[in-house]
Design a protein around this ligand. Structure first.
Ligand SMILES: [Zn+2]
Length: 193
């Protein structure tokens, strides 16, 4: 359900809760070493739950560089933006965070009907994260594929892409042979006439 919320938020509904899928990869081989889903509940924001989770924090204890990817239905609010910035600044050099990406399907209260001061605070939060070096991105076909591969099927999306590329090459080779055979048959038929 968590992934479905990230996929559908803003299409026909606006869930009251934030859903956050957290991924930590080892920089060296890009192996996934941590994966967890957090959801906001009773005023406890999903991002803060993650930042207080010992299992999440244990990824930064040794000095092996890691890449962090968060996928969310809403972008972080100004309060969480401050906390994420603090976390990143504190642990980036100390614990070798190589990159920190946040991907989301909807901007949270930065446009439309919310009060102006709320929108301004949230926009400032996003700008501060951007300036701190956190990579903020909207979702793409590739990122959706990554998200569903890991969370729904527990499969490494790169392995799927490598297989697809290998099959494409093989198929193209087969097609080329077939085209070559067809050409031969056609020219043979012509000669016989
Ligand atoms: Zn928040």
């Amino acid at each position: 359900m968590a992934c479905k919320e990230i996929l559908t938020t803003g299409l026909h509904w606006w869930p009251k809760r934030t859903v956050l899928c957290s991924f930590v990869h080892a920089k060296q081989n890009q192996n996934l070493i941590f994966q967890q889903i957090y959801q906001s509940e009773a005023g406890r924001h999903a991002e803060l739950q993650m930042l207080k989770d010992r299992d999440f924090l244990s990824n930064f204890k040794d000095k092996n560089a890691v890449d962090i990817i968060l996928v969310m239905n809403y972008s972080p609010c100004y309060f969480c933006a401050d906390e994420l910035n603090y976390f990143y600044k504190k642990y980036r050099s100390a614990y070798s965070i190589n990159s920190f990406n946040i991907r989301f399907s909807q901007l949270y209260k930065t446009y439309g009907s919310p009060p102006k001061e709320v929108k301004e605070k949230n926009i400032k939060g996003l700008k501060d994260m951007h300036l701190a070096g956190i990579i903020l991105e909207t979702m793409t076909d590739e990122y959706w594929f990554d998200l569903f591969s890991w969370t729904v099927f527990g499969v490494n999306p790169d392995h799927c892409r490598n297989r697809d590329n290998a099959m494409k090459t093989k198929l193209n080779t087969l097609k080329a042979v077939k085209a070559e055979t067809a050409k031969d048959t056609a020219s043979k038929a012509k000669e016989e006439k």
